[in-house]
Design a protein around this ligand. Structure first.
Ligand code: HEM
Length: 451
């Protein structure tokens, strides 16, 4: 079992999305206009213990939590020397909106960075400031305080993204906008305070400076001048994507298609996700939601996808122990080299009548953490979610969130004696903005403030 050196050096969001104690959350997307003013502000935040870390567990009394990450342009503006800048992973240097990376991520057509609200061109982001608060009153006051401080720190706000209305189901799971329980399957990470015993996934997958899942070695860390790689230790990469969900179109399609095929709407939608609305995984010969959530399955009891379809969202996002190797053990080993730690929140209000669009925007502020963007987030998005050739399938992408096929999309539901085909539907999720960030350790933030 790995021990993390100094939990107080690791930013708190690595260990928790603060869903339990922090009802409010705003993501400030900032540009650095005057680094000479930004550095002392940063130094102050660290010295006054304002950045939350892994050793300060929130309680009912906790009012705020702050976390902070920088993009490549942010590090450039803080005037890191060339060697330090080039020590970051290539995907991070190139940026999510670069030609190569956006093609790889499926950000084409309606998802193209040229149409984004932020994250590209003049609206590139240097710094991500995440503010969590306990309630509305504290959040409003904190927003005012920090927005004023940004002005004095040579920072301008490109965009503020506020987490939206929160809904929980009877089991206490948060619902995403399509109405499904979310936040169920997160990797049990070795050495994390929430993990009992040795976790299934190596610490180094989500925190630099510890052995990884890939080859048991340390993933390459960014470095800073004389401090070297110690700068990268206890840090990680953070991916942020604003994903708009077209809830009305999703449920309208489900209703029409289910009626056409003589099945129920919830049955069809659950096949798209791979889980019922409650979060229970769809099992073979199951017509209704059992309501009991269990995450210990590995698909070996459903090898052909007659329960949870091979191309469903959760099976593409994490194929577990089936499909990637000759044995279950081998397949799981391969799948576990591409795990991500999700920390996002929904934005916008819930649509009252799910089949009747109200013209308002809503979706997911998707955040994931990973020690290697290319091997983890980008691999999952490109090779599993958007790929038309996956698990023996050949003309479809992730039916829920895929952007690998622009229109007239297909989805196969494996069944006995015959499979079912769902054809001709649109993309239900659109990328509205995004950026890659590096979430430094607290000591690294201190070094940047003092540089
Ligand atoms: C609006 C966009 C999205 C929606 C509505 C959505 C919805 C869901 C839901 C309902 C679940 C099942 C509950 C759970 O295990 O937490 C899930 C699981 C998951 N999603 Fe998404 N998701 C979205 C975007 C993404 C993206 C962009 C990725 C990665 C590129 C992703 C990766 C995953 C992973 C890794 C799991 C867990 C799979 C498992 O281990 O079983 N999701 N998602």
């Amino acid at each position: 079992m790995t021990t993390i050196d100094k939990l107080e050096d690791v930013q708190g969001i690595v260990f928790s999305g603060y869903n339990k104690y922090m009802a409010n959350c705003s993501y400030y997307l900032l540009q650095i206009d005057d680094a000479g003013k930004t550095k002392p502000w940063l130094k102050n935040l660290v010295e006054q213990n304002q950045i939350s870390h892994g050793a300060d567990k929130p309680t009912d009394e906790t009012e705020n939590r702050i976390n902070l990450a920088l993009s490549y342009s942010g590090f450039e503006k803080l005037q890191l020397d060339k060697d330090s800048l080039y020590s970051f992973e290539l995907s991070f240097q190139e940026g999510m909106d670069s030609e190569h990376r956006s093609a790889l991520l499926g950000d084409r057509g309606i998802n193209d960075p040229s149409a984004w609200d932020w994250g590209s061109g003049a609206k590139r982001v240097d710094l991500l400031f995440i503010l969590f608060s306990k309630n509305d009153a504290i959040h409003n006051a904190s927003q005012k305080y920090h927005e004023k401080a940004f002005k004095g720190a040579g920072l301008s706000v490109v965009q503020r993204l506020d987490a939206g209305e929160k809904k929980q189901d009877a089991n206490g799971f948060t619902l995403e906008h399509f109405g499904f329980a979310d936040g169920i399957s997160d990797p049990q990470v070795d050495g994390f305070p929430s993990t009992s015993g040795a976790g299934e996934i190596a610490t180094g997958e989500f925190l630099l400076g510890y052995p990884n899942q890939y080859d048991g070695k340390l993933t390459k860390m960014p470095q800073l001048g004389a401090v070297g790689e110690a700068f990268g230790k206890n840090g990680t990469y953070l991916v942020l994507r604003q994903l708009k969900q077209d809830v009305g179109a999703f449920w309208q399609f489900m209703e029409e298609e289910a009626a056409r095929q003589g099945i129920t709407t919830d049955y069809l939608a659950s096949k798209f996700v791979g889980r019922w609305k409650s979060g229970a995984v769809v099992e073979p010969n199951q017509d209704t939601d059992p309501g009991k959530v269990d995450n210990s399955f590995n698909f070996t009891k459903d090898p052909h996808g007659t329960g949870c379809p091979l191309g469903s969202h959760i099976r593409r996002a994490n194929p577990r122990a089936v499909g990637l190797g000759a044995t279950a053990e081998e397949a799981l080993k391969v799948a576990n080299r591409h795990r991500i730690l999700r920390r996002g929140r929904s934005y916008g209000n819930f649509l009252e009548n799910p089949v009747k669009d109200d013209g308002k925007e809503r979706g997911l502020l998707f955040i994931c953490l990973n020690a290697n963007i290319e091997r983890q987030f980008e691999f999952v998005q490109h090779t599993w979610i958007n790929s038309v050739k996956f698990a023996g399938l050949y003309d479809e992408d992730d039916p829920l969130i895929g952007s690998g096929v622009a229109e007239n999309r297909n989805f196969t539901i494996q069944d006995e004696p015959l499979r079912r085909r769902v054809c001709g539907f649109q993309q239900f999720v659109t990328t509205r903005g995004g950026s890659y960030f590096f979430l430094p350790s607290l000591s690294a933030l201190g070094l940047l403030g003092n540089s």
